[in-house]
Design a protein around this ligand. Structure first.
Ligand code: ADP
Ligand code: ZN
Length: 430
């Protein structure tokens, strides 16, 4: 049995970096065909690039740049050459549009197939895609990748839990593509429908599209009796299939033959020291239609040091700690929602969902955390509940240095978003 989907995954590092340099030079030439980069890169000569590290000479591209070029300013080909567009989900503002030529779609499907193979999917598997189809890249992106790998692909789309369960059982679905916040909810629903998750045919879940903690992953794995693998991508870099966990689950291999990857200090723009956390910056080096150079993803992560046991030479990034935009500042303390999730999901009493709310009370801002509690713990004994409330507040305070107001909620009582989970509601006076 072949070990890798594509031999490039285990390519010697020096050769990989040479390939990156060649592709970077081609990318500069190609990018200059777009109105945006023609202006932005005037005076840049690819011949001046002697190593991949020289990428530092190039300017960053931001989400605002993409927004300012909406709709067609970033295109390096004539419109006739494009066959598809997608858009970002718009989690942090106006969505950005991304365009693909047929060749770009092919490259993306290959990256996607490689990613799925990497965590154990094979052509004999049946994949159910529980992502919303449409402009969101998690629909068609996963779909074409799954077909490329040769899996029988069930385009179930999002929602409708009962139908999802029926399809899974009828077609012996072995791989699910499911958003992590929905997976936690779904696991519960499967049980409520009278099925034991042990008896379901699934074995692999591909989870991604939104930040989640190791604790949430473990909870999904335990509740569903499944192996869950982290899948990272963003529409500006095609969509899913940018970085993926292998079976060792120790960080996500980021495909360096397709992207040049940097991690920078978001304040200074300089590279952080190896292993330090910072903002992920990415350059497409195989995309012909809409090349993007040094894209500031706003996602925070670090390179996982050392080599992976699987033998792949492409570096690994750690699970995304959050988006730079997610940071809350309260009473002078910086807090990320994932710190709160990590703490909550590690507690056996806590159920599947939570919601963070920021409010102004009098002159100061307060942090409220609504937490769904497992049914077994939702007893009528007031003292027990108060004790639990205090315990959660204390654990959270240890993590975030602020004591939040904790509200215990019955399971399934916090509204569930259709797509990516909304974890924070900011109701502070502006
Ligand atoms: P939007 O930025 O509007 O949500 P996208 O649909 O393109 O648009 O989503 C990409 C973003 O989703 C990433 O930049 C990242 O913040 C988040 N994301 C995707 N996959 C993961 C993952 N596995 N872990 C954490 N965050 C993720
Ligand atoms: Zn690996």
């Amino acid at each position: 049995m072949t070990k890798y989907y594509d031999p490039v995954e285990a390519m010697d590092r020096a050769a990989l970096e040479e390939l990156q340099l060649e592709r970077l030079k081609d990318t500069i030439v190609n990018a200059k065909k777009s109105p945006f980069y023609e202006a932005r890169l005037s005076g840049v000569n690819p011949e001046d690039f002697k190593s991949v590290d020289d990428i530092k000479k190039l300017p960053f591209t931001t989400k605002d740049d993409l927004r300012s070029q909406y709709p067609y300013g970033m295109l390096a080909r004539s419109l006739d050459d494009f066959v598809r567009l997608h858009a970002s989900s718009g989690t942090t503002g106006t969505p950005t549009a991304v365009f693909y030529t047929q060749k770009d779609l092919d490259t993306w499907a290959d990256l996607m197939a490689r990613s799925m193979f990497c965590c154990g999917c094979r052509r004999s598997d049946v994949l159910q895609n529980m992502s919303g189809y449409g402009l969101f890249t998690g629909g068609l992106g996963i779909h074409y990748g799954s077909e490329r790998l040769g899996m029988l692909t069930v385009p179930a789309g999002a929602g409708n839990t009962k139908r999802q369960i029926k399809l899974i059982r009828d077609f012996n679905v072995s791989v699910l593509h499911i958003i992590p916040s929905f997976a936690l909810y779904f696991a519960q629903k499967v049980q409520e429908e009278g099925f034991d998750t042990k008896d379901m045919p699934w074995k692999i879940a591909l989870i991604g599209a939104e930040p989640h903690t190791e604790e949430a992953r473990r909870k999904i794995e335990e509740m569903m009796h499944i192996k869950a693998y982290n899948s990272y991508g963003l529409s500006e870099m095609n969509g899913p299939g940018v970085a993926f966990e292998c079976v060792h689950q120790k960080g996500m291999h980021i495909w360096e033959d397709a992207y040049i990857v940097e991690i920078i200090n978001p304040e200074t723009g300089e590279h952080v020291a190896e292993g330090e956390i910072g903002e992920l910056v990415m350059t497409t080096i195989t995309r012909e239609g809409m090349p993007i150079i040094r894209y500031r993803t706003r996602d925070l992560t670090r390179f996982v040091p050392g080599k992976c046991e699987c033998g792949r030479t492409h570096r690994r990034i750690d699970r995304i700690a959050g988006r730079a935009d997610d940071m809350m500042i309260l009473k002078g303390v910086n807090i990320y929602p994932m710190q709160i999730e990590q703490c909550l999901m590690a507690m056996p009493e806590v159920g599947q969902n939570y919601l963070i709310e920021l409010v102004t009370e009098g002159v100061s801002d307060q942090l409220k955390v609504k937490v769904e509690i497992k049914e077994d713990y939702f007893v009528e004994d007031m003292r027990a509940l108060q004790g639990l409330q205090k315990k959660i507040a204390k654990n959270l305070c240890n993590e975030i240095l602020i004591t939040p107001r904790v509200e215990l909620c019955q399971h399934d009582s916090i509204p569930k978003a259709e797509g990516k989970a909304v974890r924070v509601i900011d109701n502070r006076d502006k």
